[in-house]
Design a protein around this ligand. Sequence first.
Ligand code: M6R
Length: 608
Amino acid sequence: MCGIVGIVGREAVAGRLVDALRRLEYRGYDSAGVATIHGGRMDRRRAEGKLFNLEKLLDAEPLPGRIGIAHTRWATHGVPNETNAHPHFVEGVAVVHNGIIENFSELKDELLSEGAVFESQTDTEVVAHLLAKYLRQGLDRRAAMLAMLNRVAGAYALVVMFENDPGTIMAARFGPPLAIGHGQGEMFLGSDAIALSPFTNEITYLVDGDCAIMTAGGVEIVDYSGKPVQRRSQISQASAFMVDKGNHRHFMEKEIYEQPEIISHALSHYIDFAANTVKANDTAIDFGKLSGLAISACGTAYLSGLIGKYWFERYARLPVEIDVASEFRYRELPLSPSQAALFISQSGETADTLASLRYCKQEGLKIGAIVNVRESTIARESDAIFPILAGPEIGVASTKAFTCQLAVLAALAVGAGRARGTVSAEQETAMVRHLAEMPRIMSRVLNEVQPQIETLSRDLSRFKDVLYLGRGTSYPLALEGALKLKEISYIHAEGYAAGELKHGPIALIDENMPVIVIAPHDRFFEKTVSNMQEVAARGGRIIFITDEKGAAASKLPTMATITLPNVDEIIAPMIFSLPIQLLAYHTAVFMGTDVDQPRNLAKSVTVE
Ligand code: M6R
C-alpha cells in the first residue's frame, strides 16, 4: 500500500525523504514522488516505477528545501504513471494520500461544476481541489483542512503542505496508520515507525479522526472540530532492528532462513522451557471459560488461523468460527460475550481484519491480537496482545510471520487445553518438548532440502498450473503453498483438501499440471496416499513432500520426493512450511520475478 513521509527539518530534506521511502518499499508501490518548498516556491519530482527512477530525476534536478513530503503509490484509482503519482498540486496546495476517498466522484462532480480542472485520474486530487477552494473562499489553512476533512469519506491517511507556509505540514488519519516522529528541532511523519527509525524512535501514533499540525518545534493534534486531543508519545522498537538483506539475495530468503532463531525467541515468550509448560495466561482472555472462539484474518494470516482452528478444536475442545476478514466483517455472525475473538495480522493494520475486530468488539467479545507490529492499530484496539516477535518482515510474501503465528497459536491452544482440562500435564510436557526442539529441526531442514528444491524449482518453473493437496493441518498448508507460489512466481496454483480431489479438480489432472502433495506420516497418511494413487492413475506428476516414514511407506512414482525428518503432529505444520516457502522462492528467482515486491501486491493492505 502507499507509503507516506514528511519532514519539517533543519537541513535539506529530499534525500532523507527518499531514504525513508526506501524503508517503506516493502509495502508495495508502482510510482513515487517528492515535493519540497524552497525560496517560497513548491516543486516536485515524480516517477513511474521504482525509487531509482525518482532518484535519477532528483540527481538531474535536485530539490532543495527544509520541508517536504513524499509518497510511494500503490495504484487504486488510475493507472500507475507520473501524472497519477503523488504529491498532487493545486494552487499552492500539495497532497499525498494513502487509502480511498469513497465519495470522490460526487466531490469531483461538484468541483468540476465549479470550474476545477483535474490533471489526474486519482481520488486524491479532489482533496487538493477542496483545500484550494476553501482557501479561495477565505478560510485560513487550518480551517480549510478541517472543512476538507469534514467533507471526505472513506479510509485515508492524508498529508498536506501549503506553498505559502514553509514551516508546517498538516496530516489526518481515518483508517491507514500515520506515525509522528519527534526529533531535535525537527519533526517527521510516516506510514510507520520503520520509515522514521533513522531519524527518531520517539513516536506518537495518530488515531482515527485526528488532525495533526506539525512544525519543526512539535505537533498539535486536534479532532475534526478543531478541539485539541492528547496523544502520548512512545519509544518505538522499530529502530532496534537492522532492516537489510545481510548476505541474502532477497529479504524473503533472509526471512526464510531467520525462522529457526526467530521462532525460538517467539516461543520463549509463551513457553517455560525449564518447567516444560506453557506460561500462565495472564491476559484479558480466560480460555478456560470460553464457549467458543472466532478467528478472522486475511491471506497467509488467515491460513495460520485455519491451522489454529484444528489445534483449538482438537486440543482444547473449543469450537472455532473462522473466516477471511473481508467476508467475516459483513456476515453479521451471531456472537456471544462468552466467546472471544482472535485477529491475526503481521502488520496489524489490515483494513478488513480491523473492521472484523470492531464488529466483534461491538458484540461484546474480548479481543485478542496475534500481531507482529505491537504498536499497530489492531494491537492497540485489542484487550490482549499476543506478539509473534518475528521482527520486521519486509518481503511481501509472508514467511517467518506465518511460522511465528503458528508457534503462538500452538502454544495458546495447548495452554487453552490445560485451562479447560482437555490436555493433561503429561501431554502438555510432551507437546512443549516438541515445540522446544522445533528450531533445531527447522535449521536442519533448511540446510538439507535447499539443494534439492533449487533443482526442482527449475522443473516447476516450466509449468503454468500447479495443484497442492493436503489433509488435516496440511490442508491449510496446501492453500498456503499455492498462495506463496502464485504471488511471487505468477504461476497459477490452487490448494485443495486432498479428499476434495475427486469432487472436481481431478478433471484437470494430466502431465501438464504437477500435483504437490503435502503428507507427513500422520493419521491421514493412508487416505492421502489413496488420493495420490488417483493422480498417478491419470498420468499426473506428483511432487511428494513427506517425512522419512512417509517416504518409506509410499511406493508411488513421483516427479520428486522431498523427505523431511519424522516430527510430532504439533510441529509438523511449521516444519512442512519450509519446503513450501523454498519451492516458491527458488521458482520465482529462477523465473526472474521481483521476489520481494511482486507485481500488484502490497505488504500492508490498508484499504478494503
Ligand atoms: O499484515 P497481515 O498479516 O494482516 O496481511 C494479511 C495478508 O495481506 C498477507 O498475509 C498476504 O496474504 C501475504 N502477501 C501473503 O504472503
